[in-house]
Design a binder for this molecule. Structure first.
Ligand SMILES: Cc1cc2nc3c(=O)[nH]c(=O)nc-3n(C[C@H](O)[C@H](O)[C@H](O)COP(=O)(O)OP(=O)(O)OC[C@H]3O[C@@H](n4cnc5c(N)ncnc54)[C@H](O)[C@@H]3O)c2cc1C
Length: 499
């Protein structure tokens, strides 16, 4: 552990879409506050830098996945990974955020001292441990483990003579031209990778245990592009953003109120895409209702085109075992493969896997209740950026950043050092995410809870959050404020001020 400890008013953990957005908001709304970004990897962009599989792209539109302060100017609304990475990097460069990032700094532990009203953050940096202190800790570390994805056990896996690849660690040298490929999975990654690989592979089979709702949308949004030609960029962006937000909310509410009707509409659309002879019932009719899990978006029907042209196919079955040459299914069918892609998903992880200690006691974050979807019961001066499940991630992150800046400014105005959502045992708990998806169910034991009433309730509703987070009272009776004991001012001789 190094000797001197650098101090910042705010430490942001993570230099992905959220972390760069958080830095922008801090700089704009709390210009007197010093901050640093601690990033475990060597690059800006998070998800959009890590994932390199063929065709990597967003599955929500960039008018809502983009920041509210920086218009998306590209023609494609469903954008490819490199364009999103560039958008995040440009934001960092344009706002002098790059120089605030400490790369290769993987945060392992944060401990809060109420006596000092300080977080001490411990991180691994180039093989040794470093320490920082800060008054407020803003976790922008995403929601899944960077160390590895979900990789289930299958019998016989070691006997397979071909190559097995997980999309989170795509090998640069993977040559799939002319090869038989099986992609295991039916989520966003599978529906992206299948049509893309099908352009060069001899054939790609999407092997799924059960189907997902798949919806096609144009990759380019003609009206958004028209508006951008006619109007100033920011105005055009805001109009399209609001149109998409409202449409998304309308569609989500309709799916919750009339699931049968929405289900029929979605399935009918797939039938139109694939024609009357295709078995849509088996391969594209999920057992759950729309929005019980995230819908999968495909741009310009690319998946359906690949299927219709015979370059790709879907098999709905369960794996019995791997063989030397492919995969044997419970139905008895065997799929031959040179390459198997395990698009089986992510491993959810909270707060970047960091250990949280409050006044000497280690917190089990799975027992904590989320406050306004960003802070945690009985954990002072810490917020995390977490997006919507039913809309684009950044919509919620922008609001979270605005709220955190309001909170920091409020504390400064009133001379408070500590803000803690005070737990209330009388509030009944609900799971944090009400998705039936496997990755959410698998992570039940690591996710915090939400409460049945506000401010503990997660509404997954942008318009409502906009009102409450932008305009709601900071002092709501649940968030408790305190000043540090006077003696604490001289209590940290080892801390040196940053900038
Ligand atoms: C393949 C894929 C496609 C997606 N598509 C969409 C989409 O279309 N629309 C949508 O809304 N959402 C999508 N998502 C969700 C997506 O992750 C978010 O949209 C968004 O990119 C998350 O940004 P983030 O900065 O919060 O997290 P991340 O992008 O995960 O970035 C987190 C950063 O924090 C760093 N970090 C983590 N832990 C630590 C630690 N302990 N110490 C230091 N640094 C740490 C990581 O290295 C990383 O750089 C997608 C996710 C994936 C995996």
């Amino acid at each position: 552990m190094q000797g001197s400890v650098e101090h910042f008013d705010v430490i942001i953990v993570g230099a992905g879409l959220s972390g760069i957005g958080a830095a922008f908001h801090l700089k704009r709304d709390c210009p007197s506050k010093s901050y640093a970004i601690l990033e475990g990897r060597d690059a800006i962009g998070g998800t959009w830098d890590l994932f390199r599989y063929p065709g990597i792209r967003s599955d929500s539109d960039m008018y809502t996945l983009g920041y509210n302060f920086k218009p998306w100017r590209e023609a494609k609304a469903i954008a490819d990974g490199p364009s999103i990475r560039k958008y995040v990097r440009d934001t960092a460069a344009e706002n002098a955020i790059e120089q605030k990032i400490r790369f290769h700094t993987l945060v392992k532990r944060a401990s809060w001292s109420s006596a000092d009203a300080l977080w001490t953050v411990e991180a691994e940096q180039g093989g040794s441990m470093v320490r920082y202190t800060c008054n407020f800790l803003f976790m922008c570390s995403g929601y899944y483990a960077y160390s590895g994805g979900y990789d289930p056990h299958w019998d016989g896996r070691e006997t397979f003579k071909g190559r097995i690849v997980h999309p989170q660690f795509w090998p640069e040298d993977l040559d799939y031209r002319g090869k038989k490929v099986v992609v295991i999975g039916s989520g966003a990654t599978a529906v992206t990778v299948v049509p893309e690989m099908a352009k060069d592979a001899s054939h790609v089979t999407m092997l799924q245990r059960s189907p997902t709702y798949v919806v096609s949308r144009p990759a380019e949004d003609a009206s958004a592009n028209w508006l951008r030609e006619k109007l100033p960029a920011m105005l055009a962006y805001q109009i399209t953003r609001w149109r998409n937000v409202l449409f998304g909310m309308f569609f989500f509410n309709l799916a919750r109120k009339r699931p049968e009707r929405v289900k029929k509409q979605l399935i009918d659309m797939v039938k139109q895409e694939l024609g009357p002879d295709y078995d849509v019932g088996t391969h594209f009719t999920p057992r759950y209702n729309p929005w019980d899990q995230r819908l999968c978006l495909v741009p310009d029907s690319d998946l359906f085109k690949a299927i219709k042209e015979g370059r790709a196919s879907v098999v709905t079955d369960t794996i019995e075992r791997f063989t030397e040459t492919g995969i044997k299914l419970q139905s008895g069918q065997e799929l031959e493969a040179d390459i198997v892609v395990t698009a089986t998903g992510l491993k959810l992880e909270m707060l970047g896997g960091m250990q949280v200690v409050v006044d000497g006691v280690q917190k089990n974050m799975a027992l904590a209740m989320s406050y306004k979807g960003m802070m945690y019961s009985d954990v002072p001066n810490l917020a995390s950026a977490f997006g919507y499940t039913n809309a684009s991630w950044t919509l919620k992150c922008d609001l979270t950043c605005e709220y955190v800046c309001r909170l920091i400014n409020h504390m400064q105005r009133h001379g408070y050092d500590q803000a803690t959502p005070k737990s209330d045992p009388s509030v009944a708990e609900l799971p944090w995410l009400d998705f039936s998806s496997g990755y959410v169910q698998r992570a039940k034991d690591v996710l915090p809870k939400q409460g049945v009433v506000k401010p503990w309730r997660l509404y997954q509703n942008y318009a409502l959050d906009m009102l409450t987070l932008r305009m709601g009272r900071i002092e709501d009776g649940t968030l408790k404020f305190a000043k540090k004991p006077a003696a604490a001012n001289t209590n940290r001789p080892e801390a040196i001020a940053a900038e």
